[in-house]
Ligand binder design. Structure first.
Ligand SMILES: C[S@@+](CC[C@H](N)C(=O)[O-])C[C@H]1O[C@@H](n2cnc3c(N)ncnc32)[C@H](O)[C@@H]1O
Length: 283
């Protein structure tokens, strides 16, 4: 197998497992990440050794495939990433849900493709700040991602200095985190316990224990990595797991993908475009 053939095999394997596509725009990123992978996995001193290993094992080394997928996924995220999105949750979606739902019914929120959890925890932090309005209403926040390793990080609630400096107000760092050492902070237990994480690939059905619909879903900065023709499969799943009166948000560059067959924008008056289910769709 030549280097280009192996590159193509890695890109194919990545797409089969996650839907994340490699095209001419991100081919160089893939190459750089493979080089980085070799630096971290010291059993492969050079890219050529990795290529030789893959070729001699006919790319059947499951563990290597798992590690490569984990390494190649883009986990870029931050607390309160796209501030207007979180302002819209705080000022519009949360008050709407509190008003429209019976006090005895839990409010269920899902942050899909949540990476290392900052998005889900940002929602939890807002809920803590809005505690006076929420009272004893039950709000359950879930975070999901295809990547096991990044979910383990999310669950730990431990973030580097760089990560807590991105988007998180200093007052919140002081109030809601404990400093573990010079370079790491951990979210306090009462915030961590507000979020449950589970592994889920957006191209697959929900796990059997997640057998309910959500009042609010975030699906941000992930559709962009999928092929045009594959996005409706994900939108269909999201349509099915969103309550008819619930709300959904996409990434700011992804709203154009939110095919109107599945969701319709409800307002351009909020800080951020939000959608509800389009009921006409046959699902
Ligand atoms: C760029 S991050 C976005 C994180 C967060 N939603 C945000 O906007 O800050 C994309 C995440 O999507 C996840 N992902 C990629 N393909 C996925 C799939 N098929 N199902 C679920 N998650 C996926 C990746 O593991 C990664 O953590």
């Amino acid at each position: 197998m030549s280097f280009d053939e192996i590159l193509a095999a890695i890109a194919k394997m990545m797409e089969e497992r996650t839907g994340v596509v490699t095209n001419s725009d991100n081919l160089q990123i893939l190459k750089n990440k493979i080089m980085q992978f070799c630096l971290i996995h010291t059993e492969f001193k050079t890219q050529e050794e990795l290529v030789k290993h893959i070729a001699s094992h006919s790319f059947n080394d499951e563990k290597l495939q798992d590690d490569l997928v984990e390494h190649l996924l883009n986990h870029e995220t931050a607390f309160y990433r796209d501030k207007p999105a979180f302002q819209t949750f705080q000022n519009f979606i949360l008050p709407q849900l509190l008003q429209q739902k019976r006090p005895s019914d839990p409010i269920r929120i899902l942050s899909t493709a949540c990476s290392s959890g900052q998005e889900a925890y940002s929602l939890a932090l807002i809920c803590v700040k809005e505690q006076a309005k929420i009272g004893d209403r039950q709000i359950k926040i879930y975070g999901s991602d295809v990547s096991d390793q990044t979910l383990q990080r999310a669950q730990s609630g431990i973030y580097s200095k760089l990560e807590v400096q991105r988007g998180l107000p200093i007052v919140e760092l002081i109030e809601y985190f404990e400093q573990l050492n010079l370079n790491s902070w951990q979210l306090k237990e009462h915030i961590r316990s507000k979020v449950s994480f589970f592994q889920h690939n957006l191209f697959e059905p929900m796990p059997p224990n997640i057998n309910f619909q959500f009042d609010f879903i975030l699906c941000r900065n992930v559709l962009i990595y999928f092929r045009n023709e594959n996005r409706p499969k994900v939108l269909k799943l999201l349509h099915n797991i969103l309550k008819p009166e619930g709300y959904i948000m996409f990434g700011s560059s992804e709203s154009m993908f939110s095919n109107r067959d599945f969701f319709r924008p409800i307002s351009d008056k909020t800080d951020y475009l939000i959608y509800q289910r389009a009921e006409s769709v046959d699902v």
